[in-house]
Design a protein around this ligand. Structure first.
Ligand code: C2O
Ligand code: CU
Length: 488
């Protein structure tokens, strides 16, 4: 069994498994039953503490689903109803958010906004129709739990036959190897003084000197945690050495579903010896575009394909953040290859995917409305002079102004990034279109640092209170978030 098969088997084996059953045979689920295929897929996800060993023989304690981090892969068919029975075995409240999936508000898993967090020892049932085929992931939306390992892949398969021979799901992660993971490292003072990489070698000293007090904690509230110093960049909880290689046969058409589940790290990804054809961005179809390098922000997903036509042993390389140097995150291994070096081969000037390369495919069909009802400007800033706070229009959540709209209105959000770091801005409950010639659809968009601008447009067609925030977890928790309220 390869790793992917194992993950699927693990998902199927949990609890009642992904038993297909006709609607109505099972216990009545809470609320929400829009039309679909009628098939109900039930999955059990139990949260609890797990040991993670990033192969240095020194395991540390983090959180996981069904005793593993990343959690088991959930895979359903478009139109199926996904029912997830969550059991909270943590000593603290949790939720599960279905990142990118357009679903009813009550199922969105944001504590204090769409539901009460699930108390320790309690169950909660999520249920929704898996509407739009694509690559997604699920994760806790409570506190810093995402950075403690509470995430897993979610794939909604299209109803038509896939055009590829082999498929791998790759979860990108950043880890601070300390009991409790990233937040514990941050609390222990293992923090990144120069997360934007702007101060070069001066980082530590300058960061310390410049740590002012721009913005004060609210009464009774601790300062938000700062971005921890990560010491491992891995995929699916395994280092390149410990993980099974991605095994392919010569001639295979291979699909990679790349998910950036890291809390604070963008990755520039490249596959040695091969070019990558990007076919989906955040699960939405785009015209195939061939590149060498794909930069993936936190919360973003890219599906890429390549033809396995160069037998050998090749590195899948990732450069974290602004780092120029890429490291091997996984090995691509052709059947029959037993010897030979791991190759890092690549072009001197790799062609990097940009948002401007993405062209929406019409069959993905969001309605295009040739008018904008409302434009909202959002200035992103923070992190200056050592401040731990990150803001939208100078405010930090929950003081940020909510964007209140009527159902059906077409909304334009204009981002302007005044800070030294890129921000992957994510909107719940909707896809948006980037205001670029190709009009690609996404749900998370990386807004470039230092005067970066980007505009997105969407039809507010899903009623409810939706969270909208930077997917850098430590920015979100430090204020870079607001609410988009869609009246029904
Ligand atoms: Cu991955 Cu608020 O989301
Ligand atoms: Cu951010």
């Amino acid at each position: 069994m390869d790793r992917r098969e194992f993950l699927i088997a693990a998902a199927w084996a949990t609890g009642a498994g992904l038993a297909g059953c006709r609607r109505g045979e099972a216990d009545a689920p809470p609320a929400v039953r829009p039309a679909g295929t009628g098939e109900i897929r039930t999955v059990h996800l139990a949260t609890g503490a797990v040991d993670l060993d990033l192969s240095n023989g020194r395991p540390f304690k983090v959180y996981g689903y069904n005793s593993r981090t990343s959690g088991p892969e959930i895979r359903v068919r478009e139109g199926d109803t996904l029912r997830v029975v969550a059991d909270n075995g943590l000593p603290e409240p949790t939720t599960i958010h279905w990142h990118g999936v357009p679903l009813p508000n009550a199922m969105d898993g944001v504590p204090g906004i769409t539901q009460q967090a699930i108390p320790p020892g309690e169950p909660f049932v999520y249920e929704f129709v898996a509407r739009a085929a694509g690559t997604y992931f699920y994760h806790s939306h409570a506190g810093y739990q995402l950075d403690q390992g509470l995430h897993g892949p979610l794939v909604i398969e299209p109803t038509q036959q896939p055009g590829h021979d082999r498929e791998f799901v790759l979860m990108l992660e950043d880890w601070a190897a300390i009991d409790g993971g990233g937040p514990a490292a941050s609390r222990a003072g293992r923090i990144d003084e120069d997360p934007g990489g702007m101060m070069g070698g001066m980082g530590g000293m300058m960061g310390g000197m410049m740590r002012g007090r721009m913005g004060r904690p609210r009464a009774g509230e601790p300062e938000p945690l700062r971005q921890p110093m990560y010491d491992a960049y891995v995929m699916g909880g395994r280092t390149a050495d410990a993980a099974e290689p991605l095994r392919v046969r010569k001639g295979d058409r291979v699909k990679l579903r790349i998910i950036n589940a890291a809390s604070s790290t963008t990755f520039a990804l490249r596959l040695a010896g091969h070019r990558l054809t990007v076919t989906q961005a955040d699960g939405r179809l785009v015209e195939p575009v061939e590149v060498d390098l794909v930069r993936v922000g936190m919360g973003e997903r890219y599906d890429v394909e390549f033809i396995a036509d160069r037998p050998g042993r090749w590195a899948l390389l990732g450069a974290p953040g602004e780092a120029a140097e890429a490291r091997a995150l996984r090995t691509l291994l052709y059947d029959g290859i037993v010897a030979g070096e791991l190759s890092h081969e690549g072009p001197a000037r790799p062609r990097q995917l940009s948002h401007g390369d993405l062209v929406a495919r019409p069959e993905d069909g969001l309605p295009m409305v040739p008018r904008i009802d409302r434009t909202i400007q959002l200035t992103l800033s923070g992190g200056m002079m050592g401040s731990p706070y990150w803001t939208i229009n100078g405010e930090r959540y929950p003081d940020t102004a909510a964007i209140e709209v009527e159902r059906g209105e077409r909304i334009r959000l204009e981002y302007f990034n005044m800070s030294m770091m890129a921000h992957p801005m994510h909107l719940h409950g909707h896809f948006f279109e980037l205001d670029l010639p190709g009009r690609p659809r996404k749900d998370t968009v990386l807004v470039g640092r230092m005067m970066g601008r980007m505009a997105v447009e969407f039809v507010a067609d899903n009623p409810g209170r939706w969270f909208h925030h930077c997917h850098h977890l430590y920015h979100m928790e430090a204020g870079m978030a607001n609410i988009v309220g869609v009246r029904s």
